[in-house]
Design a protein around this ligand. Structure first.
Ligand code: DX5
Ligand code: ZN
Length: 228
């Protein structure tokens, strides 16, 4: 896994929604590779966020790809709407889906790239049956639901396990291991060493005391220093 494939994804949950367009532009100027859009339904997770109309607004200003992280019970019916509202990648939780294969088909038919996520206590083995159908898996490094939580170090071995599972399922070596939750300058290095390739950060970027640009720069610098 070559380290120069590392991607930084800005989680908009921590953005200032009163200045969404400006926040998106600042994050792009700071060099983020992607945006992360957390849909929460108040049932699958104990929080409620935003949906298609806000995604459309993000899509009007973002030129980088948008990953829709779907934390919702039975999201099948809305998946085509997420795709048509600007979602390039649609990340579904294995715990919230009745038929994962069918849902991946729905994502592909909608013209988006499917990805699968697991909560901290869900084993990596639950993803095995779909490992050859997705490029990206997302390992939650906090309990999903809120930004600004502490990174859970117990999740590090799962990153390594997910990488090895994906490398054996996809011999073409195109896989991405995303980490989401508590990713900051103090924690990003250990996830890179464990095998992560895509680093999703919300408060680390949008709530950095020195601004969005500094938030992205410290993450990038830390990745460089760990890679050597
Ligand atoms: C949490 C969300 C995350 C969240 C990460 O359920 O999935 O994407 O925005 O926020 P930070 O980086 O602040 O932990
Ligand atoms: Zn997320």
């Amino acid at each position: 896994m070559t380290a120069n494939r590392a991607k930084i994804s800005a989680s908009l949950l921590s953005a200032d929604f009163g200045y969404l367009a400006e926040s998106i532009k600042s994050a792009e100027r700071a060099g983020v590779d992607e945006f992360h859009f957390d849909v929460m339904d108040g049932h699958f997770v104990p929080n409620l966020t935003f949906g298609p109309p806000v995604l459309e607004a993000v899509n009007r200003y973002a030129t980088k790809p948008i990953d829709v992280h779907v934390m919702q019970r039975s999201p099948e019916r809305l998946i085509p709407v997420y795709a048509s509202s600007g979602g390039d990648i649609i990340t579904i939780h294995i715990e919230g889906i009745a038929d994962v294969d069918e849902t991946i088909d729905v994502i592909l038919e909608a013209g988006a790239q499917p990805a699968v996520a697991i909560r901290p206590r869900t084993p990596v083995s639950s993803l095995r049956s779909v490992a050859d159908r997705v490029r990206r898996v997302l390992i939650m490094t906090v309990e999903p639901g809120f930004g600004g939580q502490e990174f859970l170090p117990d999740t590090l071995p799962k990153i390594t396990e997910a990488l090895s599972m994906m490398l054996s399922a996809r011999p073409e070596n195109d896989c991405e291991i995303a980490v989401d939750g508590g990713i900051k300058s103090q924690t990003i290095g250990s996830t890179l060493e464990a095998g992560a390739t895509t680093f999703i950060s919300g408060s680390g970027i949008f709530s950095h005391p020195d601004g969005i640009d500094a938030g992205v720069r410290v993450l990038r610098d830390r990745l460089k220093s760990v890679r050597g």
